[in-house]
Design a protein around this ligand. Structure first.
Ligand code: 3HC
Length: 315
């Protein structure tokens, strides 16, 4: 069958909402952009464990500690689902991890900001996981089967992540003047970096047009960002707090909130590695990878011995 005929079958599957599976023929560019997006998604999950992990030993109560521990552990599992989904496209775990450690691969810029107070842990759960949920619910309908199925499982845990974050801020918002100030300070510092999670404007997006044609993306960066602003602008009222945007205003005609412009210089600066914590995050990931080498070696020796035993039994 010619490449043209194969491409025709591929596109008709996309058209008919038939999931593309690992063994199906797919254009190299489709495979390539999925490896890029899925592996960077996985990196974001794993690096995202670091800012929150910083507060596990300093959580204000045993209950909050247990909840945060569970959440950070969930993120590790999300990373593993996504690395496995990336591997169905022919990459290896080593390759993807090397791409992260070498700086070749990206992860979400949001995780390059420091967690200075306990309020930040609430803001991350409420805003960062809130933004991730909107994006990931959309990805449950992505055209690549393993990615869509990983998203369904991940989304089941994300709502707990967002709820526990909001609950932390709700407790602070009902507390002392210092606690209320901590709550507002965290929202002020995490609001704009959370909006950056949806990526550049559609007009500046490298991949959106093609990713939309291939139904990898089902909503655009700006559509998802607008949905997020509309949702949070209402929820923040329950906290009796404000969002740090003087341009935020309900637009009755558009039935949306108008909001200010993101600082794109800051965004690209952080994406390019010059954020407050980029070096610290990558150093931590490289150190963890090196310190975990013995586990990988032991597991592969065990796997080889078990395979040899099984082959001996069959012989
Ligand atoms: N941080 C870092 N890089 C970003 C970025 C961000 N917030 N937003 C966009 N970029 C990068 C893109 O990766 C791309 O660079 P590349 O070509 O080297 O990969 C470039 O900026 C141009 O952006 P595009 O809009 O053209 O890229 P995409 O079409 O891939 O859209 C995206 C960007 C919306 C992030 C998309 O990749 C996506 O939906 N990814 C899956 C979801 C994801 O990765 N979320 C990250 C957070 S996960 C998380 O928070 C987990 C939670 O449980 C804590």
């Amino acid at each position: 069958m010619s490449v043209q005929e194969l491409e025709k079958i591929f596109l008709s599957k996309i058209e008919q909402e038939i999931k593309i599976e690992p063994k199906d023929w797919m254009p190299d560019a489709y495979r390539k952009t999925l490896v890029r997006q899925i592996s960077q998604h996985a990196h974001s999950e794993i690096v995202g464990m670091l800012p929150e992990g910083n507060w596990i030993s300093r959580a204000p109560s045993l209950k909050r500690k247990a909840i945060l521990l569970a959440k950070v552990q969930d993120e590790a599992g999300h990373g593993l689902y996504l690395y496995s989904a990336a591997e169905t496209l022919g990459t290896t775990r080593e390759q993807t991890i090397n791409d992260l450690h070498s700086g070749k691969a990206k992860y979400s810029s949001i995780f390059n900001y420091p967690t200075l107070t306990w309020g930040d842990i609430g803001a991350i759960g409420w805003l960062v996981d809130g933004a991730a949920i909107l994006n990931q619910v959309m990805l449950c309908r992505t055209s690549y089967g393993p990615y869509a199925r990983a998203m369904v499982r991940i989304c089941k845990e994300e709502s707990f992540h967002q709820r526990q974050g909001f609950d932390i801020l709700l407790a602070l918002s009902k507390g002392t003047a210092e606690q209320r100030a901590m709550c507002q300070d965290s929202i002020n510092r995490w609001w704009w970096p959370s909006l950056m999670m949806f990526g550049p404007h559609d007009s500046e997006s490298t991949h959106s047009e093609q990713s939309t044609q291939w139904k990898i993306k089902r909503m655009s960066n700006d559509e998802l960002r607008q949905k997020f602003v509309d949702m949070i602008a209402e929820q923040v009222k329950v906290l009796n707090m404000t969002l740090p945007d003087p341009h935020l205003k309900w637009n009755e005609q558009a039935k949306h909130y108008d909001f200010g412009e993101i600082n794109w210089t800051e965004f690209w600066n952080v994406v390019k590695g010059n954020g407050p914590c980029n070096k610290q995050r990558l150093d931590a990931r490289r150190k963890a990878w090196d310190e975990g080498a013995w586990v990988r070696e032991a597991a592969s020796v065990y796997a080889e011995k078990r395979k040899a035993r099984q082959e001996k039994q069959i012989a």
